[in-house]
Design a protein around this ligand. Structure first.
Ligand SMILES: CC(C)(COP(=O)(O)OP(=O)(O)OC[C@H]1O[C@@H](n2cnc3c(N)ncnc32)[C@H](O)[C@@H]1OP(=O)(O)O)[C@@H](O)C(=O)NCCC(=O)NCCS
Length: 152
């Protein structure tokens, strides 16, 4: 009997930057390189988690919480691991860490064309706060989303 393993989520140290960059490369046309991920991880307020399923890297989230506000910088789940709650679990960890760091508001940008990410964020309580016309290289608009966090 094989039971689907739930994801194991752990705070990502700077040394995990190559793992995050590898996951990015599989998920995005224009991925960040290891140096950029590393530099983000050194900035004050950066939050990073990696998810593992069945002993493999299944996804990551990066966020930043500073001065009472947080931003989701990037989130992706490996294609084979999608649709099983890994993204929602990663986002939940990032939101909890942002709240613990004193953030009251969280912001992010998402392409109007990205149905999966929009569903993930809507499910997590994000609401539309604005739109940036033709924000992405493919000409699609970005939606800005926000949600408030409970006081830690
Ligand atoms: C967006 C992404 C991170 C979602 O990760 P995931 O692990 O598949 O998401 P989950 O399984 O946790 O799903 C969370 C919610 O979103 C919904 N959802 C996920 N993928 C969906 C899809 N393709 N279409 C519709 N809804 C979707 C789920 O149904 C779930 O809602 P529910 O609880 O009501 O069922 C993943 O699709 C991904 O990595 N995409 C490529 C990278 C990307 O676009 N990142 C975001 C950039 S802003």
């Amino acid at each position: 009997l094989k039971v689907a393993a739930s994801p194991r989520i752990s705070a990502a140290p700077v040394a995990a930057a190559p793992r995050i960059a590898a996951l990015q490369k599989d998920a995005f046309e224009d991925p960040w390189d290891v140096r950029f991920v590393t530099s983000l991880m050194h900035l004050p307020g950066t939050i990073a988690y990696v998810a593992e399923r069945d002993g493999r890297d299944a996804g990551y989230v990066m966020a930043r919480a500073l001065w009472g506000e947080a931003e989701i910088l990037s989130i992706a789940v490996a294609e084979a691991a999608r649709g099983r709650g890994v993204g929602a679990a990663l986002l939940g960890h990032a939101l909890a860490a942002a709240a613990a760091a004193g953030a009251c508001d969280v912001h992010l940008e998402v392409s109007v064309a990205n149905a999966a990410a929009r569903a993930l964020y809507a499910r997590a309580g994000f609401v539309e706060s604005g739109r940036r016309r033709r924000y992405y290289a493919d000409g699609s608009d970005a939606l800005t989303l926000r949600r408030t966090l409970p006081a830690a």
